[in-house]
Design a protein around this ligand. Structure first.
Ligand SMILES: C[S@@+](CC[C@H](N)C(=O)[O-])C[C@H]1O[C@@H](n2cnc3c(N)ncnc32)[C@H](O)[C@@H]1O
Length: 176
């Protein structure tokens, strides 16, 4: 397989993953969170397949294609963890779909960040039944890990469904 074939296959699988999550959330209530705007490619796809959803973008420095920049009301500019903490107070609803593609280029750093910081910042924002897609493995107690599209490298993405975050938190609260 040429490098071009491999790049095409990777992007097709990424699109399939987003399309499947959009289908799975159906008409369930909730907003969409895009963590890491990059050049805006996946944001643009999400808004095309979910035209009636509020999509909130978290990005430290916007460098996207000018057509793919959200309005100020849908942009949390700055560090993603600070943005997610702020979002707990300001979002119009909980998130029914979260797509996180923040990869720093350093695999160990990205892994540790996702496991130790990002997971905890995402959990309070999730609606029951929320789908979470991430380029790194997350620690989401109680979530079901979902299969990836055929042909997608098992390390490229991780897909989860948070069945009921309220139930997940109950044992923790009782033990405290
Ligand atoms: C790989 S790109 C996202 C690509 C995007 N999915 C697309 O298809 O165009 C990752 C983005 O995440 C942003 N990012 C990485 N770490 C971040 C952090 N801690 N806080 C905010 N943004 C971050 C980077 O600035 C970069 O724009």
């Amino acid at each position: 397989m040429s490098r071009l074939d491999s790049a095409i296959r990777r992007l097709q699988a990424q699109r399939q993953l987003l399309d499947q999550a959009a289908l799975d959330i159906g008409s369930m209530e909730g907003v969409v969170l895009e963590l890491g705007l990059g050049n805006g490619r996946t944001y643009d796809h999400l808004r095309s397949i979910l035209p009636n959803r509020d999509i909130y973008v978290f990005e430290r420095e916007v460098q996207a294609h000018p057509d793919c920049i959200p309005d100020d009301a849908h942009l949390f500019l700055g560090d993603v963890i600070e943005g997610l903490n702020r979002a707990q107070k300001t979002l119009s609803a909980k998130a029914i779909l979260v797509h996180a593609d923040l990869g720093t280029g350093d695999p160990q750093e990205s892994h540790d960040f996702a496991k130790n910081k990002l997971s905890a910042a995402i959990i309070p924002l999730l609606a029951a039944g929320a789908h979470v897609l991430c380029d790194q493995q997350l620690l989401l107690p109680g979530a079901t890990k979902l299969p990836l599209p055929k042909g997608m490298d098992a390390d490229r993405y991780h897909a989860y469904r948070m069945d009921d975050p309220k139930n997940v938190l109950k044992p923790v609260l009782k033990a405290a």
